[in-house]
Design a protein around this ligand. Sequence first.
Ligand code: GLU
Length: 397
Amino acid sequence: MSFLSDRVKSVKPSVTLAITAKAKAMKAEGIDLIGLGAGEPDFDTPDNINKVAIDAINAGFTKYTAVSGTDELKKAVIHRTKEDCGIEYHPENILISCGGKHSIYNLFQAVINPGDEVIIPAPYWVSYPDMVLLAGGLPVIVDCAEAQGFKMTAEQLKNSITDKTKLVIVNSPSNPTGAAYSEDELRAIAEVAVKNKILILSDEIYNRMTYGGFKATSIASLSEEVKALTMVTNGVSKTYSMPGWRIGYMAGNADIIKAMSKIQGQSTSNPTSISQAASVEALEGDQTAVAEMAAEFEKRKEYIVERLNNIEGVRCLNPQGAFYVFPNMSAYFGKSYSGGKIEDSASLTTYLLEKAKVAVVPGGAFGADEHVRLSYATSMDNIKKGIDRIEEALKAL
Ligand code: GLU
């Protein structure tokens, strides 16, 4: 007999978190493992941010805050969003949550009715479809293959809309591909959304990590009409190397923000007071570390893309942002080794973990089974070793 709800049975565990946990456990056992799975920056949180958190503890800033976040942090979010994206918001447009992930979860709970459809371009971040299912909605996956740069066209969006469509997700720069939409591409997508009156979730968590002079555009900045339909999410985890602090936020329509805040008030209450204090410093304080980290990521990206493309049977697009590459390794499907056969991205990932002792994430988890995701949010030394091992293991097949 199972006591579990149908709702929880309809979703899968997060593959990214499962692989990150497995890699950490193998390392703790003393196994010489190279982790290219985790989507978390390897840098320490900058000192100025840590100091504010310690001061907050010493000053007794350890009680509940307003459910939707402190006034100071909302102001800091408004300031940063204006500076980086050129969009004006007011405090009633902002919700602070326990990570960007929590903001997205709250949004889906607030706007999705049973049977509502949510358009998700694939490759997609692992948690979008499952969070839609948890809200009773139907994920509508739109295949945006490598040949189209992993990006959805306005035509594809138009053809996927039905009278049940509630929302479309735009994630630029993208996890897992690193692909980012140009302003023109976003404008074409926005036009379709406006015409059909559907909401847009713009996940901009990687907007400060862009390369080769590319600057991320927020779809909400395109016009007042688009802004009215767009919920923008971001957070401090990636930009300031603060994934464990759990602070993310959403900006958009005040009624939707209020509804999300109600859900938060009946579930988690406020995000951690100390993390909120530190996040004010992250968003308002010295931004030098952000550019330094992005410059380091760019060097690693250049290296990893070149190395991967030099491996026979591997093809890797050069991303504009984030800290992932998403090479196609399907040339190795059908090959056998002593322990089994490579049939898909999951078995390839198992092979690389067991034989090469390198952790990567199978593309199947992101809706693109011919690929695997490698995170370069780790040292150059680890990246070199990891790619050497992958190259050797693939050659042995
Ligand atoms: N977003 C990161 C990743 O994709 C963190 C793990 C998660 O929440 O999925 O690896």
